[in-house]
Design a protein around this ligand. Structure first.
Ligand code: 13P
Ligand code: SF4
Length: 329
């Protein structure tokens, strides 16, 4: 029996979420890739960096994280005194799965003169083995503060790493992970779509492969793409990222047309993130009711992971530079 079907018949899920949120002093954080119903009841919807900042700043006692596990883990690393719940504990990420900590550790040890600049889409263990974490919205600001002479390992997303490497003209050692969602966009189908909508710009997430990025007029994080959607000159935009972000575009700019870039079958259903989709309103209600599934992280590991996340938060908001990196844990 699924969790949802165990709910008493007639449960007013939205009303109960609202009641429990107040009773628990909880904040609901949601990523742009969540279902529209979840985005609509969230207290804050944002990209990975914005959600990390919110998690670090909130004075709520409970964080209900509607996103994937590495995001909820990040909230717990930054806010250890809060209860952090994730509606579906199986909401993982193909990038996290591609990078087992023991293999990453061995890779680091084989390249002792490199620092590890690591995408936030990874496990807490990999964060603990890294020097600086980046998100897609902070990566460029952070790389520009790293001296040219410093060698870099970038993981686990080879497409984001490759994009940054090309943009900055810097060689980096890339871990071979990919996001299965962005990997599924088809260049052939994108070109057909562009031909059907002449002049419509393409906005793409840097997790896309280079064949898609090469056709993009704008490349950036989810919040960057949303900002581009609000400001581009024209009436139709082709969006090459997970399609649930188009909910925010339709709310903010209802007069414009947003079209999801297609997968190989010419239909964009294959670009829905299967991990993000595991969260439902019913599971969110149960998470607030039972305060489970709860994120727990062993304190030594949490402190080690916090170093690289704190560096991200500092470097993302200014020009503090690398400082004294010290050895990775
Ligand atoms: P951003 O929201 O930071 O652009 O990242 C997207 C993502 O990978 C979510 O899994
Ligand atoms: Fe991971 Fe890709 Fe899903 Fe983001 S969209 S959670 S990178 S699988």
């Amino acid at each position: 029996m699924s969790i949802e079907s165990a709910l008493p018949t007639g449960t007013d899920v939205l009303g109960e979420i609202d009641r429990l949120k107040r009773e628990r002093n909880a904040v609901i954080l949601a990523h742009y890739y969540q279902k529209p119903q979840i985005q609509d009841i969230a207290d804050f919807v944002g990209d990975s960096l914005e959600l990390s900042r919110k998690a670090a700043e909130t004075d709520a006692e409970v964080i209900a994280f509607c996103g994937v596990k590495f995001m909820a883990d990040t909230a717990k690393i930054l806010s250890p005194d809060k209860i952090v719940v994730l509606p579906d504990i199986d909401a993982g990420c193909s990038l996290e799965d591609s990078c087992p900590p023991e293999k990453f550790k061995a890779f680091r040890e084989a390249h002792p003169d490199h620092i590890a600049l690591t995408y936030i889409n990874c496990s807490t263990e990999v964060k603990a083995l890294s020097d600086v974490i980046v998100t897609s919205s902070s990566a460029e600001t952070i790389i520009s503060q790293i001296p040219e002479s410093q060698k870099i390992i970038f993981g686990p997303d080879r497409h984001l790493g490759g994009y940054l490497s090309r943009k900055f003209g810097r060689e980096m050692l890339l871990w071979p992970g990919v996001c299965i969602v962005h990997e599924a966009f088809s260049e052939t189908e994108l070109l057909k779509l562009k031909a059907q909508h002449p002049g419509a710009p393409v906005a793409a997430h840097p997790e896309c492969p280079p064949a898609i990025i090469d056709h993009a007029d704008y490349v950036g994080s989810t919040s960057g793409i949303l900002q581009f959607a609000k400001t581009f000159d024209g009436d139709t935009l082709i969006v090459a990222t997970e399609p649930h972000i188009m909910h925010q575009m339709a709310l903010a700019i209802p007069e414009k047309r947003f079209i999801g870039a297609p997968g190989a079958d010419g239909n964009c259903n294959c670009n829905i993130c299967p991990y993000m989709a595991l969260n439902t309103l019913e599971k969110l209600y149960i998470a607030l009711r039972d305060l489970e599934p709860r994120i727990e992280i062993e304190e030594g590991l949490r402190l080690a992971a916090r170093r690289s996340l704190d560096r991200m938060l500092e470097m993302a908001s200014g020009t503090v530079g690398l400082g004294d990196l010290g050895p990775a844990a």
